[in-house]
Design a protein around this ligand. Sequence first.
Ligand SMILES: [Zn+2]
Length: 228
Amino acid sequence: MNNNNTLVKVAGSANVGNGTEYEPQQQANGYLQPANGHNLHSDEEKIRRISGYFTEILHVFGLDPTGEEMSATPRNMATMYVKEIFGGLDPKNRPVISTVNNKYHYNQVLLERNISIRSFCAHHLLPITGRAHIAYIPAGKIMEASQLSELVQYYCSKPQVMEKLITQLADELKSILEMEDIAIVITASHFCKQLSAGREANNDLVSSFYSGKFNREETRNEFLALIK
Ligand SMILES: [Zn+2]
């Protein structure tokens, strides 16, 4: 288990109800974030600089970045990358996660199925689309389904490879929910693989992660039956 996604309780933060809020101390490995957690550049500064580079790329292809068709393209692309596609590189965009107490002492499988995956591969910066199924067996804390989806989307909003995404999610959920019993299956289609394998190729890549009680055959089979 890696400790790159260390979570800390934020003292004195505005909690809702009995929930507990968290924020990351540092971004996950592979991302060059300043250690203090703040970005060096504002979004506007990033968009301005990246627009300049995209303009240059259009020039290299012999395209006209001043013509009617593409005059807005560099800025559109830069805005999309900064605000959406790689928005997860900026810790300020991390959703505020709160948990509720498991007051009914529920100790069976809790599953969120078909969470949408929209990410970009780290190797080609091309789209990855798919879905995730995430289950856990709560100990003292439970997380709202909508928050789970937001957390997944945050981790998808950076250059990703599936093994890293699935491990980051598992580590994050273990920390937030203070338990070890997690099962995750991600089924994803990579645009780069489709292009290189021929445009008709439509194969999915499946990644899975099991820990704690999901290493027991019976519990894992229950999970697999539920996501069929
Ligand atoms: Zn790729």
